[in-house]
Design a protein around this ligand. Structure first.
Ligand code: BG6
Length: 494
């Protein structure tokens, strides 16, 4: 990761990009739009073709139809899309050894035609159980040429628990070394998540108070209003712990809690992040609250309960909400709890980290009960990306009245609305070979080790235990305890 700006150039060397699972939801909604945006901004090398790999023969027009539907009306945008379309090929492959040779020959022919050389960037937008068999087939078929780089990007979830993740990793590393493996976590591509590093370590104002002496506790909330969105098959097996806690929540936690990395080098940053997860203390009784939503109302519309969603077992015991009190075994964080929560079908879409400072222990305002609130730094990941700081001021007038106000940095007010999306940033880093924003194996391993204890300790609970459209089960509201409560940042823009 470099502190300098990336400028539109041929910075990423030419290669063939192969997107497996090209007709799937993820490819349609995220990967092709991100590639199109990179193409438009000049970040794809002019010799780099994009291959959408599909099971059944699919035309390029079919593959890119969702982009047409999403594009704005401008002529410039239509031209940009036409230029991208010219660089996209659709190739069908039935994932059998019988058609492997023909598939690899077609990729090589395209590379030759475009002058892309032997480098290959493969994106697996596939179910996890297809990762390794597909990778093994590609090796067998000779897709990767000696002396040219190859990179493979794997969608989450990387495994279902520690044992399956280890087995998957062992199988993949039979064919590829760690530097060529990119495990994507799209939260690491979100601007305000990336900003945590800059905020903490480029500002003495924040860096100097970022420890147990000043901070009372930290909260991270990733709340969604959506339900399973047609992904019940996957979600029934995953649940909120595996879907969000093991990855997105722990990545945000790691960035919020890590020690200063020695340099901005990918490995230094990832070393510091892994260290946090390795130091997570095993959860104790009462540290975890899970929930599942029942019917309710979201945004003024009645919505069904989880068990009534299409594809969900009517007696499902899958959790759609989890809140955890986490502790990090490090002198910096001694006695500082980290509260993490995530849920589907909550009242409001909100992703943010709140750093809550200790009350005053001395001085003329110590113990003041009226008006003096805790200082809070809120990093709003979405929506209305920004950072706000709450502090106390004197209300105008003769009396000494105190009130808590918020000072606001609105990200899009400063940088505009159309900044790059998470997938765009991550795909760019993948193509350029910068792994900083991808989960290294030891992070994934440590996160499963901690999460497995949570899933193993789960006890049967009478679900549903929260209504859609609320902030989760009552027990989660009480989790912070000791006079603490969950915070929703003062988002002056919403
Ligand atoms: C994905 C989860 O990783 O993240 C989804 O699998 C979830 O269940 C999504 O909806 C949330 O991402 P975002 O960017 O919408 O907050």
């Amino acid at each position: 990761m470099s502190p300098t700006d990336t400028t539109a150039s041929d910075r990423c060397a030419p290669c063939v990009i192969l997107v497996f699972g090209a007709t799937g939801d993820l490819a349609k909604r995220k990967i092709f739009p991100a590639l199109a945006a990179l193409h438009q901004r000049g970040f794809l090398h002019r010799a780099t073709p994009v291959v959408g790999v599909t099971r059944r023969a699919t035309s390029e027009a079919e593959l890119l139809a969702p982009l047409d539907a999403a594009k704005g009306g401008g002529a410039a945008e239509a031209d940009a899309l036409a230029a991208f379309r010219a660089d996209v090929r659709s190739l069908s492959f039935d994932y059998t050894a019988g058609t492997l040779r023909a598939f690899v020959d077609a990729v090589d022919a395209l590379a030759h035609e475009r002058g892309a050389g032997g480098a290959r960037a493969v994106y697996f937008a596939l179910p996890a159980d297809a990762f390794e068999p597909t990778a093994a087939l590609l090796v067998q078929g000779g897709l990767f040429t000696a002396g040219s780089w190859r990179r493979l990007c794997f969608e989450k979830p990387f495994g279902h628990d520690l044992a399956s993740a280890q087995a998957l990793n062992d199988r993949i590393t039979c064919h590829f070394d760690e530097p060529s493996i990119y495990r994507i976590d799209h939260y690491l591509g979100k601007e305000l998540v990336r900003n945590l590093l800059v905020m903490r370590f480029a500002n003495p104002l924040f860096g100097s108070v970022w420890d147990r002496h000043c901070i009372d506790h930290v909260q991270v909330t990733l709340a969604e209003t959506l339900g399973t969105e047609g992904r019940a098959g996957y979600y029934e097996r995953a649940g909120a712990v595996r879907d969000m806690l093991q990855n997105h929540l722990l990545q945000v936690l790691a960035l919020a809690a890590m020690e200063p990395p020695a340099t901005l080098d990918a490995e230094a940053i990832r070393d510091a992040m892994v260290d946090v997860v390795r130091r997570l203390a095993p959860v104790q009784a009462g540290d975890v609250v899970v929930g599942q939503y029942g019917p309710g109302e979201v945004g003024g519309h009645a919505v069904p309960g989880y068990r009534q969603e299409r594809g969900v077992d009517p007696a499902s015991s899958t959790e759609t909400f989890v809140a955890v009190r986490a502790r990090i075994d490090h002198p910096r964080w001694d006695g500082v709890p980290f509260f993490l929560r995530t849920g589907k079908r909550m009242g409001r879409r909100l992703a943010e980290a709140n750093i809550v400072f200790r009350p005053l222990s001395g001085g003329p305002f110590a113990g003041a009960t009226t008006g003096v609130g805790p200082n809070v730094i809120s990093i709003r990941i979405q929506p209305n990306e920004g950072i706000s700081i709450e502090f106390n001021v004197k209300v105008p007038g003769e009396d000494l009245r105190i009130e808590t106000v918020a000072m606001e940095h609105c990200h899009h007010c400063v940088y505009g609305l159309n900044t790059a999306e998470a997938y765009e940033i991550l795909l760019h880093e993948f193509l350029c070979g910068d792994p900083t924003l991808f989960a290294r194996w030891d992070f994934v391993e440590a996160s499963w080790r901690w999460v497995d204890r949570i899933t193993a300790g789960a006890r049967a609970i009478a679900f549903p235990n929260y209504s859609a459209g609320t902030s989760g089960p009552a027990a989660a509201e009480a989790l912070p305890g000791e006079g603490r409560h969950w915070i929703v940042s003062r988002d002056i823009l919403s």
